[in-house]
Design a binder for this molecule. Structure first.
Ligand code: URP
Ligand code: ZN
Ligand code: ZN
Length: 472
């Protein structure tokens, strides 16, 4: 049945206006007024903004890491994402050295098939570059539609790749039309500092932050940016946490490097002092890169405002406090890194950013959805409200007030890093390809409804309709 979304205020990355939407066959069929309502389901969006569905470019669902596996899988994680106004996630597919990339991709399809409640796609980790990896990359792009590769510059002896691997990945990506993503921290320096801290008997969670200082992130970000410039390739720096890294990205952009920066809600609203919470509670706040001194928040907000950073990812990587985070009792290096954020990513940016006047409403849409769609080959099928786009919509009450809590969240973990935080603005209903996933704050979707998305190459538009390819 056709649907009409009526009386809402439509907000895109560029415009804010009052209009109604006609939804037919999963897509937005028309934008206008006074649609014929016969044989249509009419949805009243009075008092709500209507945003394009959020796109989370950075999730780790059902991922083995730190001696355990992330608690949220493709079912719980995508349901929580939907509650938070996200209708697409792009998850990181981990690879194993010496094994075909295809094997890893098959594993990730098995993890997600029949489980995701919203649409999803994968980035692919590149841990080594050799002839067989290079031979497989075109197939990864053409057959799987995976057009973004992730290189870790940290996690020595686990995921870390060397500079040669990063540089050769950048060169290959330029030729193939893929976007290289980096976790930018100097893993070798961290390795030295962590061993020294443990030798000196410094085992508490705070030493996670003290052994990964901002210089370590700034150095790796600058190095990756220089390499991207040299390779004339394209680079996306994930989870930027501090001034040092944001400055390296801004500097490189001024020089014309095709580089993009993502930050995450935790770096915008939490700070390093959280790692000092008593009773080992600091472990809940262990991320890599770590939370920083509070003044960095202001730098990150300004960078989002002036376009030096462009996107917001959740870096969803959830572990229970009891039974997972506590693996690191007595040794901070054994605390699984990461936290549960997929559900609150959009709302935190709205409440702390738009409501507090740090970014505009249209910037908010760009940062949580549109820019991400453009960078990762989903636009204009996803990431905007236009005729022909997927009807991925969030009906968002800008004045609703709520308090974030593990008691009410939908993630599968036993704590929330933002516990007690009062926020304004809440998704009321969420549609993915025209179907309600969340209706009046209740989950009405279905695990398995989510569709795997093959993405366009870097800089190219996603096909909106196979029969009617966009003419450009
Ligand atoms: O602490 C983090 N960020 N955990 C997730 C893995 C990663 O580095 O993104
Ligand atoms: Zn990372
Ligand atoms: Zn991550």
């Amino acid at each position: 049945m056709k649907k009409i979304v009526k009386n809402g205020v439509i907000v895109t990355a560029s415009d804010t206006y009052q209009a109604d939407l006609l939804i037919e066959n999963e897509v937005i069929a028309a934008i206008g007024k006074h649609f014929d309502e016969r044989d249509c389901e009419v949805i009243d969006a009075k008092g709500c903004y209507v945003f394009p569905g959020g796109i989370d470019p950075h999730t780790h669902l059902d991922m083995p890491f730190g001696g355990t596996v992330t608690k949220d899988d493709f079912e719980t994680g995508t349901i929580a994402a939907a509650f938070g106004g996200t209708t697409t996630v792009i998850d990181f597919c981990l690879t194993n050295k010496g094994e075909p990339l295809k094997n890893a991709i098959d594993v990730w399809h098995k993890k997600s098939e029949g489980k995701a409640a919203i649409d999803y796609s994968f980035h692919l980790m590149i841990g080594e570059i050799n002839e067989s990896v290079l031979a497989e990359l075109p197939k990864v792009i053409d057959d799987e539609g995976i057009t973004s590769f992730k290189v870790f510059m940290a996690y020595k002896n686990v995921f870390q790749a060397d500079d040669a691997t990063l540089f050769r990945t950048l060169v290959a990506a330029k030729d193939l039309g893929a976007l290289v993503m980096v976790h930018a921290e100097n893993g070798d320096v961290i390795d030295y500092l962590t061993k020294k801290a443990l030798e000196e008997g410094n085992t508490d969670p705070i030493f996670h932050a003290l052994t990964r200082p901002p210089e370590v992130e700034g150095e790796a970000t600058g190095r990756a940016a220089q390499m991207a410039g040299l390779a004339k390739s394209q680079l996306y720096v994930v989870h930027v946490s501090c001034a040092e890294a944001a400055e390296r990205i801004a500097e490189a952009r001024r020089k014309g490097v095709d580089i993009w920066g993502e930050t995450c809600p935790q770096y915008l609203v939490l700070d390093q002092s959280y790692l000092e919470k008593p009773n080992f509670e600091g472990a809940k706040y262990v991320w890599s890169p770590p939370l920083r001194e509070k003044w960095n928040q202001d730098v990150l907000w300004k960078a989002l405002k002036n376009g030096e950073l462009q996107t917001l990812g959740s870096d969803q990587c959830s572990f229970d406090f009891k039974g997972q985070k506590d693996l690191g009792l007595g040794d901070f290096t054994k605390i699984p890194n990461g936290g549960p954020i997929i559900e609150d990513r959009v709302s935190i940016l709205f409440s702390e950013g738009v409501k507090k006047g740090k970014i505009t409403l249209n910037q908010f849409v760009d940062i949580t959805s549109t820019r991400i769609a453009k960078l990762f080959g989903l636009y204009p099928k996803k990431g905007t409200i236009s005729v022909g786009a997927d009807a991925d919509l969030v009906l968002f009450d800008p004045n609703a007030e709520r308090t974030i809590s593990a008691k009410t969240h939908h993630m599968a973990v036993d704590y929330n890093a933002f516990e007690g935080m009062k926020i304004t603005g809440e998704p009321i209903s969420v549609l993915c390809r025209g179907q309600f996933v969340i209706r009046d704050k209740q989950f009405v979707g279905q695990p398995g409804y989510g569709r795997y998305l093959k993405r366009a190459k870097y800089g190219q538009l996603a096909v909106v309709d196979e029969n009617e390819k966009l003419m450009i």
